[in-house]
Design a protein around this ligand. Structure first.
Ligand code: FAD
Length: 414
């Protein structure tokens, strides 16, 4: 059996894996990516946050993505019936990027993989990890290519960026249930011939459909728009089982989708995912670190997934480089605590979305601009800016603000 030696093996060529590999490569170490699928492959997660621009830039991936002409995204619009709450990334508290993109992920991830290949990083597509044996921090990983040929890779360290594949968490029993509720989603891409005129037609819109059910509408620059419904599993019981009929039936129930997508062509049979929120017992261990969705996935509502994938890929990649250079890394403090700061901030906002606190804030009659700018920075992904009270004291800030606005509303209604 063929055996090869690398400094670092990265599992998965999504945003987490490509950013991590680029950072390790920059540090001067031999890194190889193994990717189970043939690219381009479909994955959901199409709305980015401005924070990813920092990571694309630092990893040397920004110019390649820019050349693709993806739909630019300057903010996020939340609607409930006729009520509108508009966040504009140019009006935010934290210093950072004021825009990003809405991307079909097959094409986006393909570009990331091509760019890292151009840097000299080897990417083995259609090659799956099937077994890992650790001996201290060293490891021997068994991989199988598309023809069923097995080989092994010896590495000094592994970055598991296998997303929903969760290679190391599954292999070593690290999966843990999320403390967020079980939710379900049904989505497809539509050929969007009835886009509203002007800027509104290209903007991401998040629609409150019912208190705990919402819709994403994410237009791409190629005239296709991603539409997905997310809610408690019971919500979907009122609609047909057949995926196409179910989608038609649900879009007919909301004023923001009924007319626009009524006769629109679906680019693929709508897909359903249930129970996607997941956590893990630990983010690192002897010889490995977990990145992106292989760690914890919260919820799609604030489009934080790719941001966490890249933030963790960037952080882990740098730390691995420093560790191989001889620095003693405190992985708990420098990696887990750091990542959990951001993840827990978003957790507060996700919980607040489903329990209604954020609806009270977003759709309040009185909008306080200074507060809105701070929340806008959270929604832009700047959840490590400890100057922002809506980051460093996220739970209390959100709870208190919602309470004040709810009392205001009661008083106004007499
Ligand atoms: P991935 O992008 O999943 O990449 C992991 C790669 O690892 C895959 O290519 C896979 O083939 C490979 N792999 C798996 N197993 C193996 C193996 N055994 N061997 C080798 N390779 C392997 N995020 C956003 O930022 N914005 C959104 O709008 C958004 N919407 C979402 C909507 C829904 C309904 C859901 C469920 C998620 C959404 N997300 C969104 C989250 C987003 O999908 C993920 O957070 C993101 O794709 C994670 O990137 P990653 O690099 O960790 O993993």
């Amino acid at each position: 059996m063929k055996t090869e030696n690398v400094d670092v093996l990265v599992i998965g060529a999504g945003p987490a894996g490509t950013v991590a590999a680029s950072m390790i490569n920059k540090a001067g170490y031999k890194v190889k990516i193994v990717e189970k699928e043939k690219f381009p492959r479909f994955v959901i997660g199409e709305s980015l946050l401005p924070r990813v621009m920092d990571h694309l830039d630092e990893a040397g991936l920004l110019e390649g993505v820019k050349a693709a002409g993806f739909q630019e995204k300057f903010g996020a619009k939340f609607v409930r019936g006729h009520e509108v709450c508009d966040f504009n990334f140019s009006q935010q508290f934290s210093k950072g990027w004021k825009w990003t993109w809405q991307v079909p992920r097959g094409q986006f991830d393909q570009i990331l993989a091509t760019e890292v290949q151009k840097m000299g990083i080897e990417v083995n597509f259609q090659t799956a990890v099937t077994d890992i044996k650790f001996s201290g921090t060293d490891s021997t990983t068994t991989i199988v290519d598309k023809d069923g040929v097995e080989s092994t890779v010896n590495a000094k360290f592994i970055v598991d960026a296998s997303g929903y594949g969760r290679v190391i968490p599954r292999m070593f029993g690290l999966d843990e249930p999320s403390n967020l509720g079980v939710r379900k989603t049904h989505f497809t891409h539509f050929r969007d011939l009835k886009r509203p005129e002007g800027i509104d037609g290209n903007r991401i819109t998040v629609v409150v459909h019912q208190q705990r059910t919402w819709i994403w509408i994410i237009p791409f620059s190629n005239g296709v728009t991603s539409v997905g419904f997310v809610g408690d599993p019971e919500f979907f019981l009122d609609h047909p089982d057949n995926p196409i009929e179910r989608m038609k039936s649900i879009i007919a129930t909301d004023m923001h989708t009924a007319e626009r997508f009524k006769d629109a062509e679906m680019m693929f049979e709508p897909r359903t995912i249930e129970g996607y929120s997941i956590s893990t017992k630990q983010l690192f261990g002897e010889g490995y670190v977990l990145c992106g969705n292989a760690t914890e996935f919260l919820d799609p509502v604030f489009s934080s997934g790719v941001t966490f994938a890249m933030e963790s890929g960037n952080k882990a990649g740098k730390l691995v480089g420093e560790m191989l250079g001889g620095r003693n890394i405190d992985w708990q403090k420098e990696y887990t605590d750091y990542m959990m700061q951001g993840i827990n901030t978003f957790r507060t906002y996700v919980s607040g979305w489903y329990d209604g606190k954020l609806h009270s804030i977003f759709f309040a009659e009185k909008q306080m601009e200074d507060v809105k700018e701070k929340i806008c920075s959270v929604l832009a992904g700047y959840v490590w800016d400890m100057e922002n009270p809506y980051v460093n004291n996220h739970e209390e800030s959100v709870r208190k603000l919602a309470r004040v606005l709810e009392i205001d509303k009661i008083l106004a209604e007499g």
